[in-house]
Design a protein around this ligand. Sequence first.
Ligand code: FES
Length: 309
Amino acid sequence: MADDLERPGGDAEHEAPPHAAPPSIWPFAFALGIAVALIGLIISWPIAAIGGAIALVFGFLWIRDATREVRGAPAPAPPAAVEGEEEVVGEGPPQYPRSVFLEGATLGIGALIGGIVTVPALGFAVLPAFVEQTYDPVDLGPADTFPEGQWMITKFISVADEPPDVSRRTAYVRNNGSRDGQPSFTIISNRCVHLGCPVQPQGLTEEESQEVETEAGPVEVTATEPSGFVCPCHGGAYDIEGNRTAGPPVRALDRYEFSILDGRLVLGQPYSVAEVEGEGSEALIKAYPIADPGVHVDGPEQYFYPYVP
Ligand code: FES
């Protein structure tokens, strides 16, 4: 009789058909982790890392529970031997319940869809952090084009290979004299740190400009007497050192590094500034990597961008 056939390692208790793992909260916790990670990609890296860790831990627990049944269950009973046929014990492919197959297929398809959706987004979000943006030095002409204490509006081409309409930039330059024997210049970007509109000097600007020849093309230089800078878009206002004084901007105006090469003023990398203490050559400035408009570079707000409290 088939029922009387002996199975290796089998007894009445072990012969009970395997059953699916009881419902667990791991899938929901895993989904929560993915959601937190995606939100973190927009808000801040620490939150993305926490979400990733949650997804990793609960994903592991989910998979472990889902596969426990397969690992712990005995092999299903082989088909009953038909009279006259020789019984083959312990051979043939392993067999799994359909529920296990469906669960595995659901996990696999879910992972595939998750990967298709997440990987490109992750790539676009993460890659720029590893690709350092560099800026070409820009020759603004002889340093004596900039008299001490005088603000100058400079308009120049920032990237020689790009069309002028795309790469034309404006910076406000003031020669501060010297500090500790070194030349000192204040060079402020005209990009508003609210949404990026061009800020304007608030005060009289000469009508006549001069063109300074450089290898990359002419630089337009115009003298101005600003008492501060204003943004025409939403009323953002800055003092003469670029500190925000009113309106929606979230930090001080960005600045440029500079150097004097062969007597010429050369713009270097731009950098961001939270606040400037002091004035001119005595100013105390903490430089941050250049940040987009609207982004805080210091304080707790930097972790909540774009949700500014
Ligand atoms: S873009 Fe300057 S205040 Fe909004």
